[in-house]
Design a protein around this ligand. Structure first.
Ligand code: FES
Length: 129
């Protein structure tokens, strides 16, 4: 069964940005979707509280690829606090919408990012321990 995806989603699916690994990443975080079981790994490199680089690999569907692609574009260069505001809603809006049944796919990248930053803060900030 097919879904109706808009052109922007299809463009990101066909030419996903920032796919791959970062060898010297500061954080590597993998999350799975409770809805479909698909997985995504996010590699993050931080510098001076900014997201210097970010890449992803996913076994998810086309919507997971498209949403992760635009997510990495949106958070790159932002401060960590700004990047944390890029929620799945923001991602879906930026893509011009997703079919209702595919909205859960847009949670993967923001969830991985949130988990990753939480872990990083715990490891690096003694106050958080
Ligand atoms: S159906 Fe699993 S991420 Fe889209």
């Amino acid at each position: 069964m097919g879904y109706e995806f808009n052109e922007k989603v299809i463009e990101h699916f066909e030419n996903p940005r920032n796919v791959g690994e970062i060898e010297d990443a500061d954080i590597v975080e993998t999350v799975g979707s409770p809805v479909c079981g698909d997985m995504l790994t996010l590699y993050i490199k931080l510098k001076d509280d900014k997201v210097e680089d970010v890449k992803f690999k996913t076994f998810g569907c086309g919507a997971a690829i498209a949403t992760s692609s635009i997510f990495t574009e949106m958070v790159k260069g932002k401060t960590v606090d700004e990047a944390l505001k890029i929620t799945s809603d923001v991602v879906v809006d930026a893509l011009g919408g997703l079919p209702e049944k595919k909205v859960h796919c847009s949670l993967l990248a923001p969830d991985a990012f949130h988990n990753a930053i939480e872990k990083y803060k715990k490891e690096h900030d003694p106050k958080e321990q």
